[in-house]
Design a protein around this ligand. Sequence first.
Ligand code: ADP
Ligand code: MG
Length: 240
Amino acid sequence: MIHVKDLHKSFGTTEVLKGLTTEIKEKEVVCVIGPSGSGKSTFLRCLNLLEDITSGQVIMDGRDLTDPKTNINDVRTDVGMVFQHFNLFPHKTVLENITLAPIKVKGLSNQEAKDVAIPLLDKVGLSDKADVYPSSLSGGQKQRVAIARALAMNPKVMLFDEPTSALDPELVGEVLEVMKDLAKEGMTMVVVTHEMGFAREVGDRVFFIDEGIFMEEDTPENIFHNPQNPRTQEFLSKIL
Ligand code: ADP
Ligand code: MG
């Protein structure tokens, strides 16, 4: 589904991604772990072209993101993204947050967009919140709305950038549950996370990134119980 070939990303003279190469298969759940500043967010942002790529290639479902002929908006429609800070539109209701992009980008009618949104709200356990504003929701509920909003575009891939890092601990579980269900349904997912329990249980593979390089990629079992790279060992010893 996703081919990354020698991906480099610099900001000015600072090289942040130093040649990432990997493949992510359809229906695979990949968790990306690594220290702060190692390039995790930048990597995700290169996968949906929120950042332009300095060199190398990203091929998403057969489309080369670095090819100027590729329609970037089509690619973005196929790639859903969920951020740490939810980024909901505060002056729109929950339902409007979810229907906005399907109406504006996909040209659905209000009713069609609603027909897409309602089952998604149900899926994330928020059927009763369609008409409220984000400010009345808990962080966990906001993040579940953000997930429903991303799913409303019917993406082929979902990217999550530390989706539970801004949440009070008691709200983390409800968001991880929704993500777990998505994984079970076969969504292709790339998840930057500090939730090692989730990575272990749900991840098919774990990538450890440090200083803009994939130092190690392996099954959760091997990464957590038998890490080969000294940097992985050191990182895990600090957080586990
Ligand atoms: P992580 O998500 O792993 O914490 P990031 O991908 O956010 O790391 O950042 C990696 C490095 O790139 C950091 O040193 C950060 O300061 C730098 N960086 C990220 N975005 C920008 C930007 N827009 N301009 C300049 N430097 C940036
Ligand atoms: Mg980050």
